[in-house]
Design a protein around this ligand. Structure first.
Ligand code: ADP
Length: 159
């Protein structure tokens, strides 16, 4: 049984995240999408909203679970009996931070390996941050995020 953790803020989930989940599923029996609780980034969507976007979008997809992530990632990985952490790499700009995190996590917990997956090219420019920016300025985000997320932005606008 091979299990991996895919951690992130997912504020909100985008088609790029879904592409990474899809690729990870092919490599692992189980992928736990772990949504950061104590996010220093001050998320736009609450933990409950971010979890709901993913559970609704993924449905009962085989081999994928969604869970909140509190505390140290490597502790969570050990607790879940996971052997790997999945991260997405879009561009060189992701590299420095990801490299540092991967090596630090290895120092903290040598049994957990970090694996980087590249998304489909059309998603390399996609981030949760840019989706929020487009939505805030009134642009159409339907091509970049699942329908539940589009609806959530619409509801926020009406408030
Ligand atoms: P974090 O706050 O940890 O950066 P994100 O939710 O922004 O979390 O992203 C979680 C992971 O998914 C990170 O490894 C990030 O690089 C990756 N990721 C985000 N967007 C994309 C995308 N469009 N294509 C591939 N990977 C992505």
């Amino acid at each position: 049984m091979r299990r991996a953790i895919y951690p992130g803020s997912f504020d909100p989930v985008t088609n790029g995240h879904l592409d990474v989940i899809d690729r990870a599923r092919k490599l692992f029996d189980e992928v736990v999408v772990a949504i950061a609780v104590n996010d220093q980034k001050q998320p736009l969507f609450s933990l409950e909203e971010r979890v709901a976007f993913l559970t609704k979008t993924l449905g009962n997809l085989d081999g994928v679970q969604v869970a909140p992530l509190e505390g140290l990632l490597v502790d969570f990985a050990v607790q879940q009996k996971a052997t790997a952490v999945i991260r997405g790499l879009r561009a060189i700009s992701d590299f420095e931070f990801e490299f540092q995190m991967a090596l630090m996590n290895r120092k903290l917990e040598p049994t957990v390996e970090t694996i980087f997956l590249m998304p489909k090219e059309e998603y390399t420019y996609l981030s949760s941050r840019i989706v929020k920016e487009i939505a805030r300025l009134g642009g159409d985000i339907a091509k970049f995020v699942p329908p539940h997320v589009v609806e959530a932005f619409r509801r926020k606008e009406k408030r």
